[in-house]
Design a protein around this ligand. Structure first.
Ligand SMILES: [Zn+2]
Ligand SMILES: [Zn+2]
Length: 368
C-alpha cells in the first residue's frame, strides 16, 4: 500500500513504522510486476542512472558484437616479433632468456602510439582564462601471454595472477615518478570495446592530473566517512553480502557484485573484502584469489553473453593523497552491450535496460 501525505493530513500516531527499506526480494518482485522505469543513485558519487526495466532485456536480447577473432595478419605482440615493439620495461621469463627476445610469459612495453609522452616537464601555463600543460604521462601495454589466440578468460589462473603482478610491479615503479598523480589500469577486449590488436593485452596510463571522476568518487567516500567514520565500500560489501540479491560470486578475499546503480547492463564490480585503498598494496593471497574470481567472472560472462567485447578497469587510489581510511579499490567490468549516445553525452546520465538484480541472477546461476 502506498500512503501519500499532504501538508493538511495529520500523521496518524498509530501508523506502523515502515522498515528502513523494503525486503529486496519484494522490491524486485514489485519492479518486475509493474515494469516501472526506475531512477537509482550511486551512493558514492551521486550519479543517477535510469534502469529502464520495461525494456526488460535478458542476456539473449543483446546482440553483442562478439569480439571477432581475426586469423592471419602480422602480430607485433607474438613471440619472435619483440623488435616490433619499443624495448620492454618488464618481462616474466622462467627460462632466463634475454630481454627483448622470445621466451617470455608476459611482457610490458611502452605503447608504440602513446596517448601521452614520458619525456619532458609539465610546463603548466595560463592562456587568459584557460589552463594548459604538456601531455606528459606513461602509456604502456601489458602483453598478457605469448599465445596469440588466448583470451584473459581462457588463461590459467596462474597466468591471470601474473597479469595482476605485472600491474603491481609497474604501479610501484611509476609511483616513484613525482610528476604522476594517478594511474589507470585497464583492458579493452574486442574491437567494439576499443582494442586495436586482438592478441590479448591490458594497458596502463599514468597521468599528471587526478581525473574528475576519481575526484568525485574520493569526495563521495570522504563525505560518507566524515559522517559515519566507516568506509562506504566496506558498508556496501556488508549490505550486499547480507541481502545476497546482487552477489555474483565470492571467495575468501573478494566479492563480485552487480552494483546497485550500474551504468551498463551486466556491469560488475569486484571488491576486496578486507579494506584497502590501493591495488598495489594487496597481499599475495589476495592476488591469488583475485585471479580466481576474475577468471570465474570472465568465463561466466562469456557463457551468459556469448563472449562479448568488454572493458575492465582497476579503480585504485591516487598516488599522493591520504585516502587510506575511506577509499576502497576495486575492479569494474563492463561488457559492451549498449551504445553511449546523445542522451548520455548530453546529461552524463545512463539508461540501463537490465535490472542489476536480474543480471546478477543470470551470472550467478549460469551452468559452467
Ligand atoms: Zn599475437
Ligand atoms: Zn573499505
Amino acid at each position: 500500500m502506498t500512503m501519500i501525505f499532504t501538508g493538511s493530513e495529520p500523521v496518524k500516531p498509530e501508523a506502523p513504522c515502515l522498515p528502513p527499506s523494503p525486503p529486496l526480494e519484494f522490491a524486485r518482485f514489485t519492479l518486475s510486476e509493474e515494469n516501472m522505469p526506475e531512477l537509482r543513485k550511486d551512493p558514492v558519487i551521486g550519479r543517477w542512472v535510469i534502469i529502464s526495466s520495461e525494456r526488460g532485456k535478458r542476456p539473449t536480447d543483446y546482440k553483442s558484437e562478439a569480439a571477432p577473432r581475426r586469423n592471419g595478419g602480422f602480430c607485433p605482440f607474438c613471440p619472435g616479433h619483440e623488435d616490433k615493439t619499443p624495448p620492454e620495461v618488464l618481462s616474466y621469463r622462467k627460462d632466463g632468456s634475454a630481454p627483448n627476445t622470445a621466451g617470455w610469459d608476459l611482457r610490458v612495453v611502452p605503447n608504440k602510439f602513446p596517448a601521452l609522452q614520458i619525456e619532458g616537464g609539465l610546463n603548466r601555463q595560463g592562456e587568459g582564462i584557460f589552463d594548459r600543460m604538456n601531455g606528459i604521462g606513461a602509456h604502456e601495454v601489458i602483453i598478457e601471454t605469448p599465445l596469440h589466440d588466448a583470451t584473459l578468460a581462457s588463461l590459467g589462473e596462474k597466468d591471470v595472477e601474473n597479469v595482476l603482478w605485472s600491474f603491481h610491479d609497474r604501479v610501484l615503479d611509476l609511483k616513484k615518478d613525482r610528476r604522476f598523480k594517478y594511474i589507470l589500469l585497464f583492458k579493452n577486449h574486442g574491437e567494439a570495446a576499443g582494442a586495436s590488436l586482438e592478441h590479448t593485452h591490458s594497458q596502463l596510463i599514468a597521468l599528471p592530473i587526478l581525473p574528475k571522476r576519481v575526484r568525485e568518487e574520493i569526495d563521495g567516500c570522504k563525505t560518507y566517512f566524515s559522517f559515519k567514520e566507516r568506509c562506504i565500500y566496506c558498508d556496501i560489501i556488508k549490505q550486499e553480502t547480507d541481502a545476497g540479491v546482487r552477489v555474483i560470486a565470492e571467495n575468501w578475499d573478494f566479492i563480485a557484485i552487480s552494483p546497485y546503480a550500474p551504468r551498463f547492463p551486466f556491469e560488475m564490480w569486484v571488491l576486496p573484502k578486507n579494506h584497502g585503498a590501493s591495488f598495489e598494496s594487496a597481499q599475495k593471497h589476495e592476488y591469488e584469489n583475485l585471479a580466481k574470481i576474475l577468471k570465474d567472472l570472465l568465463v561466466r560472462m562469456d557463457r551468459v553473453l556469448d563472449s562479448p567485447p568488454y572493458n575492465l578497469i582497476v579503480q585504485t587510489s591516487p598516488f599522493h593523497e591520504l585516502v587510506a581510511d575511506f577509499y576502497h579499490w576495486r575492479i569494474e567490468i563492463m561488457p559492451k552491450l549498449t551504445k553511449v549516445a546523445g542522451f548520455e553525452w548530453g546529461t552524463g546520465f545512463y539508461i540501463n535496460p537490465t535490472l542489476p538484480e536480474e543480471a546478477a541472477t543470470f551470472m550467478r546461476e549460469v551452468v559452467l
